[in-house]
Write a protein that binds this ligand. Structure first.
Ligand SMILES: O=C(O)CCC(=O)C(=O)O
Ligand SMILES: [Fe+2]
Length: 341
């Protein structure tokens, strides 16, 4: 069984770029963090544009598939993940990021590892730095949590494991709706559903501290997510923006209790471009410490990454998911273009 960790072992992050800034000590934005930003499109009311889908609606499978085709990004409510659990994930994430920098540095992600504390994986691709610190959980988080809270690590680990346990079937359900809407045999849908059983989804906690001058700062640079689907909660503070050629950058408004669902590159490939992977970025704000947390839903690394509908002319070349992840780790934004036929 392959895991995404091995991809990062082969393509390590350089350590000097893996340490986030000590945000607490800053009174102004250093030049290292000043970006020339493409402005957002404020003339459109984005709350009316991106679909918010009630998963208890009888037509939910069709609504999900339609939103994924039209936008590559949408929100879901009535998804069955308890609000109390969502609040606990946020408060445990805040507990982690509020620790002193020297404590967080004890669980710094090592260059060849996916799990731990550090900057975003995309950081080395940019000259400028992002106003962001992250913590990634892959497999168990007990080792890191015991270092951070030797006598009080269980609530963090239990919350994260419970969260993963609830997110997996939800992500599987969405994937099932999406694959079933494609013109592919039922057995193939089943093979894909089983493929995600072999891996434990990755949890990403993100922290965007208040910023003295957010106008020229980015929380996360524009990117697409790599795997099948990302389910993200914005913890009631806006910041996530989505790009489409015809409208520019628009905000994804926080909806209480909702998850934002993004299509990732691998699903774009499987669907032969029908579900476009969502290009998104994160802005920061002056007064609020924004937290977001995401569940990345992926298949086993040995799975084929290739268009599933064999009646169509493939727009992407055939490879394994492992191979695609390695291309993404090396080429970031260019990766999808490199595998297009
Ligand atoms: O913080 C957010 O709203 C988005 C985070 C994100 O894009 C990611 O973790 O990949
Ligand atoms: Fe993302």
């Amino acid at each position: 069984m392959g895991s995404i960790t091995e991809v990062f072992k082969n393509d390590p992050l350089h350590l000097d770029s893996a340490i986030p800034l000590d945000f607490d000590t800053l009174k102004s934005v250093p030049e290292s963090h000043e970006w020339a930003l493409e402005p957002s499109n404020h003339s459109l009311d984005s709350s009316k544009m991106l679909p918010v889908i009630d998963l208890t609606h009888p037509d939910a499978p069709h609504l999900v598939a339609h939103a994924a085709r039209t936008w590559g990004i949408f929100q879901i409510v009535n998804h069955g993940v308890p609000l109390g659990l969502m609040q606990s994930v946020e408060s445990e994430a805040r507990r982690l990021f509020n620790l002193p920098t020297q404590d967080k540095m004890k669980v710094l992600r090592s260059p060849e590892n996916l799990a731990g504390y550090g900057v975003a994986r995309i950081a080395p691709f940019y000259d400028k730095c992002m106003w962001h610190e992250g913590f990634t959980i892959h497999d168990s988080c007990v080792g890191h949590a015991k270092i951070l809270w030797p006598h009080d690590y269980e609530s963090f680990c239990n919350t994260m494991m419970e969260f993963r346990h609830k997110m997996k079937p939800l992500a599987d359900q969405l994937l099932h709706y999406l694959l079933k809407s494609l013109n592919i045999p039922g057995e193939l849908v089943q093979i894909w559903a089983e493929s995600t059983d072999k891996v434990s989804g990755t949890i990403q906690l993100n922290s965007y501290p208040p910023c003295p001058d957010p106008r020229h700062v980015l929380g996360l640079a524009p990117h697409t997510d790599t795997l099948l689907l990302t389910l993200l909660n914005q913890c009631q503070i806006s910041g996530l923006q989505y790009f489409r050629d015809d409208i520019g950058w628009i905000s994804v408004p926080p909806v209480p209790g909702a998850f934002v669902v993004n299509v990732g590159d691998t699903l774009e490939i499987l669907s032969n471009g029908k579900f476009p992977s969502a290009y998104h970025r994160v802005t920061v704000n002056e007064n609020k410490h924004r937290i977001s947390y995401a569940y990345f839903h992926g298949p086993s690394m040995d799975s084929p990454a290739e268009p599933l509908d064999k009646a169509e002319k493939p727009l992407y070349r055939s490879m394994t998911v492992r191979e695609y992840c390695a291309i993404k780790a090396k080429h970031n934004e260019e990766a999808l273009g490199l595998v297009k036929l």
